[in-house]
Every structure is written in structure tokens, then in C-alpha cells.
Ligand binder design. Structure first.
Ligand code: SAM
Length: 210
């Protein structure tokens, strides 16, 4: 880690705020902003959080759905127990059917909010990282196809880059409502944005002529 990067991290107000308020990640504030803007958790009982480690979004979703709700987090990495009664976690790869089956076993009913903050290990090869990011968003959409309630919300992390517009066009065909949102808590200079969508149309994937 370079000295400049370390100094930036120290100055980062969201990082400090996360530590002060007991959130596991500064990303917690991105989700809070999206909730404030779109009302994601209004009336929500069941939340599925893909790419959930270390658990900042799980903490925010847990507060939002309360004792009668349930939040399921999935990640390749084990999530250190959060001590929250309404949170369950699954260690698994979103590309694998076994992970989907494990999620299905835990779900009490349709998912009201599907969150994906999934992101690949950054290789530095920009095209490759962006391609992988879109593949992860597609994996999240497969979970949405299977488990999301008809008026459920979907939040997908993406990087703006070469394939972004094509994928966004595809999302506009598959979702009845789509907004591109850049939280203030996203790092300056990062190409990260979130797609906030609703009313997933089920059935054929966009571009499928068969
Ligand atoms: C930016 S972090 C998520 C941060 C989280 N939202 C929070 O608030 O703490 C992205 C996560 O995606 C996970 N991830 C990447 N590829 C995955 C895959 N194929 N299956 C499951 N998780 C994956 C990584 O392990 C990483 O923990």
C-alpha cells in the first residue's frame, strides 16, 4: 500500500464514521444513501445480500428490516459473526448452483430487496476487471430471476467502462424501472456506480432470440 493511499484512507471521513458507528465497512453509507433516495427497505421483510463480506450492508439491512425481517448474506469469504439475530450467512460462490440451493433453503419466501455489491479481485487489467464485474452482476440477476418478488428492488454494483452502456441497455429491457446512482460515499475517481432497479421481467434474457 503506497504512503499516499494510506494517508487518503486515514483522511477518509466515511471510514472514520463507519468505525465510530460500529459498521464493518464504509460501504454501509452507500447503501444508506440509496435507501434514503429510493426507499428500498420500505415494507421490506426479506433481503438477500450478494458479496456481503465483511458485513456493512448486512448491518444496515438488518436495522432496516427489524426483528421480524430476515437478511441473508452470501460471500466467498466467511463473514465473522455479526451477533444479529435476523442475519444468516452463506459461504459460497454466486456462480455455483450449490450456493443458490443453500440460499433457497434459508429463504422463508420471496426476496423484497436483492443487493449485489459483488466485485472481483481487481487485477489491474481494466477490460478484464470490467468484464468480470458484469459477469458478477449477471450472476446476481440469476438470483433475482429465481427469488425476487414481482415488485422487489435490485441493486447492482457496476464499473463504468466499455461494456457499461450495452449492459445498461440490456437492464432497461429487463427491468421496469432503472436508475444509475453514484453515492457520495463512493471513492472519488472511482468508476463505480450502482444500478437501482425494480419490476424485473422474467423469462428470456435480453437478446435471446430462441
Ligand atoms: C466490496 S465487497 C462487499 C462489501 C460489503 N457490501 C460490505 O458492506 O461489507 C465485495 C465482495 O464480493 C465478494 N465476491 C466476489 N466474487 C464473488 C463470488 N463469485 N461469489 C461470492 N462472493 C464474491 C468478495 O469476496 C467481496 O467480499
Amino acid at each position: 500500500m503506497s504512503r499516499r493511499w494510506k494517508a487518503e484512507r486515514r483522511r477518509d471521513p466515511y471510514r472514520r464514521m463507519a468505525r465510530r458507528r460500529g459498521y464493518r465497512s464504509r460501504a454501509a453509507f452507500k447503501l444508506k444513501e440509496m435507501d434514503k433516495r429510493f426507499g428500498l427497505f420500505k415494507g421490506a421483510r426479506v433481503v438477500l445480500d450478494l458479496g456481503a463480506a465483511p458485513g456493512g450492508w448486512l448491518q444496515v439491512a438488518s436495522e432496516a428490516v427489524g426483528k421480524r425481517g430476515l437478511v441473508i448474506g452470501v460471500d466467498l469469504k466467511p463473514i465473522r459473526p455479526l451477533g444479529l439475530e435476523n442475519v444468516r450467512t452463506v459461504v459460497g460462490d454466486v456462480d455455483e448452483e450449490a450456493t443458490m440451493e443453500e440460499v433457497k433453503r434459508l429463504l422463508p419466501g420471496p426476496v423484497d430487496v436483492l443487493l449485489s455489491d459483488l466485485s472481483p479481485q481487481i487485477s489491474g487489467a481494466w477490460d478484464l476487471d470490467q468484464f468480470r464485474q458484469i459477469e458478477l452482476a449477471r450472476a446476481a440477476l440469476r438470483f433475482a430471476e429465481r427469488f425476487l418478488s414481482p415488485d422487489g428492488w435490485v441493486v447492482l454494483k457496476l464499473f463504468q467502462g466499455v461494456d457499461f452502456q450495452d449492459f445498461l441497455r440490456e437492464l432497461r429491457e429487463r427491468l421496469g424501472f432503472v436508475k444509475v446512482f453514484k453515492p457520495k460515499a463512493s471513492r472519488k475517481g472511482s468508476s463505480e456506480v450502482y444500478i437501482v432497479g425494480r419490476y424485473l421481467r422474467r423469462g428470456k434474457e435480453a437478446g435471446d432470440e430462441s
